[in-house]
Design a binder for this molecule. Structure first.
Ligand code: FES
Length: 573
């Protein structure tokens, strides 16, 4: 933790964290000399400094609006008497990274943490949005522990095509499934491709980006009421200006992330994740965020909270509406007001206000009940996610029951196994594949330590011949992740993963697998003696990467139940 915060005797502004030349007076003289070269006046250089983490990138469409957000944050900082200084970090956009953006989340968190710590900042505003960016920034900010405010980029707007609303990316998947099933033509899908993501901002549904935005607000790391503002709405710029102003207040209060992200606020965030029918990735990221404070995220606790926390929002992929509707319906505040009896109200946000004080100030505020349901008339009676245990997942697995087919919740079927992503893409559409609608599709070797680094491949496509026959859902199991915008009866994050000898790797074609959502179990119905025989025959693990970040990642990434952080970055509990 940074021990340079919160003490009145600490150096401020440009005086902080001097470059070490063995002569502190020379260091500040030299630093000021170079700062003058940027054209700042002496008065400006004596102000407290608010860093602005600029994640604009030509390879991140979701962050297209970051330049104007940076300008709005600067306006707020200047108005409050500070000096705003923007600096870049790595930016991660889900569809532009190979093998998968998750692999680089920890790298972005390290970049964020180290640049916050190394530069002379009194506070920082972190601008993030696309899936992995907000968790990376929160992880980095918590570890650096400087007063910090998360500014969310906000979701895209939807667009109408032939009278039908489209929004990334639940509709991307829906149309792709229809195309695979032969119900949408090639020329149609080519046209649809151009109408799915039409504005700046993050995916337009309650996918991972929106889930993480709401988790950031539920933790208290954003300004209240800002998680769901669309990227192109003028309120988003006002939120940016207000975040810039607030950064100086938060710094003045000496209010650090370690006082905001606590066991209680993490539990509030978990409740919110469940009530939103939020992304399965949210569990993984929240575990990593909490891990930076040494707070374990127990999957057994998730199950208990899930039983007592209903889904309140009617948003895709679990429901019918989009993020812009959620914002107009009252946003996260409307959800928090309903959840109030279940929340820890003494948690503080970046404003210094407690959650209880915030909600008292919002008492009686309007909410659209079509989108945000009342606690006693929920959208679904129980939480959106459950953790499964059993012989196939001794360390746990995750199922998004709110986006799954309830007819498959108690299901036993025959395994059809794909040993890798390459095997999957080579055989899934083979007309000769021996597969039926009641079978269980199994994907191995797609966990955090696999060569593919836990991609969002858990949404295995329905084999083409079944899709063409009208099959829209099957039980699917893997050690991979799934996009927060996807839907289906899909068991993910199976732990321990195949690559470290987990039982998922022992499944063979024809084995029986049983899912019981009620019993919270996923079991491989094969005798232990047979499993021992298969274990003994398992091929040696493939050689690990020899250099660079890939080696660091392979040697230190933790399993999904611990958030896939690096073992050396998590704080001691
Ligand atoms: Fe950036 Fe979905 S691709 S949020």
């Amino acid at each position: 933790m940074n021990d340079r915060n919160g003490d009145d005797d600490d150096p401020k502004g440009l005086q902080r964290g001097l470059t070490n030349y063995g002569d502190p007076d020379f260091s500040i003289y030299l630093r000021r000399s170079f700062a003058y070269s940027m054209g700042y006046s002496k008065e400006m250089l004596e102000r407290p400094i608010v860093g602005i983490v600029d994640t604009a990138s030509g390879l991140n469409n979701c962050h297209r609006s970051v330049p104007e957000l940076v300008e709005a944050v600067k306006r707020g900082v200047l108005a409050a008497g500070g000096l705003p200084l923007a600096f870049p970090t790595i930016s991660l956009c889900e569809p532009f990274l190979s093998p998968t953006s998750l692999m680089f989340r920890n790298l972005m968190s390290m970049d964020t943490e180290e640049m916050i710590r190394a530069q002379p900042l009194d506070a920082v505003v972190l601008i993030g949005g696309c899936d992995k960016t907000v968790p990376a920034q929160l992880m980095g900010a918590i570890s650096a522990d400087l007063p910090a405010i998360q500014l969310i980029i906000g979701p895209m707007l939807t667009h109408k095509r032939q009278g039908e609303r489209l929004g990334a990316c639940t509709d991307c998947r829906r149309f792709w499934a229809e195309y695979r099933g032969g119900r949408v033509s090639r020329s149609e899908i080519d046209k649809i491709e151009g109408g799915l993501a039409t504005t700046a901002g993050t995916c337009a549904v309650m996918g991972t980006a929106s889930t993480m935005a709401c988790i950031a607000e539920a933790l208290g790391m954003t300004l209240p009421g800002t998680a769901a503002i669309p990227a192109v709405h003028s309120d988003r710029l006002r939120a940016a200006e207000a975040s810039g102003r607030q950064a100086l207040v938060t710094a003045g209060l000496g209010l650090r992330p370690s006082e905001i992200v606590t066991e209680a606020s993490v539990e509030n965030a978990l409740r919110v994740l469940l009530a939103l029918g939020g992304s399965t990735n949210g569990v993984l990221h929240l575990a990593a965020i909490a891990g930076r404070r040494g707070i374990p995220l127990s999957l057994a606790r998730l199950n208990k909270l899930s039983d007592e926390t209903p889904v309140l929002v009617n948003l895709k992929p679990s429901g019918a509406h989009y993020m812009e509707d959620f914002f107009a319906a009252g946003g996260l505040g409307a959800v928090l007001r309903e959840l109030k009896p279940l929340l820890h109200l003494d948690c503080r946000s970046v404003t210094g206000e407690t959650l209880g004080e915030r909600l008292a100030g919002e008492a009686g505020a309007w909410a659209d009940r079509e989108i945000v349901r009342a606690l006693d008339e929920p959208f679904e009676p129980v939480g959106g996610l459950v953790a499964l245990f059993g012989s196939l997942a001794p360390g746990g697995a995750i199922l998004k029951r709110s986006a799954a087919d309830a007819r498959l919740f108690e299901h036993e079927g025959r395994a059809v196994v794909f040993s890798s992503l390459e095997d999957l893409s080579a055989r899934i559409d083979d007309p000769a594949l021996d597969v039926g609608p009641d079978d269980v599709l199994v994907l191995q070797n797609a966990g955090p330590r696999s060569a593919s680094a836990m991609p969002e491949a858990g949404y295995l496509p329905i084999p083409r011949k079944l899709a063409e026959a009208g099959v829209r859902d099957m039980l699917r199991i893997s050690d991979a992740r799934m996009s927060g915008t996807a839907f289906g009866t899909i068991v993910l994050h199976t732990t321990p993963e195949t690559a470290i000898g987990g039982p998922l790797g022992l499944v063979r074609d024809g084995d029986r697998i049983r899912l019981s959502v009620e019993g919270r179990r996923i079991d491989l119905l094969v005798e232990e003696a047979e499993l021992a025989r298969r274990r003994a025959e398992a091929p040696p693990a493939p050689s690990a990467p020899k250099r660079g970040y890939a080696r660091l990642y392979a040697e230190h990434v933790t399993q999904a139940d611990q958030g896939c952080d690096f073992d050396f970055l998590a704080a001691e509990g």
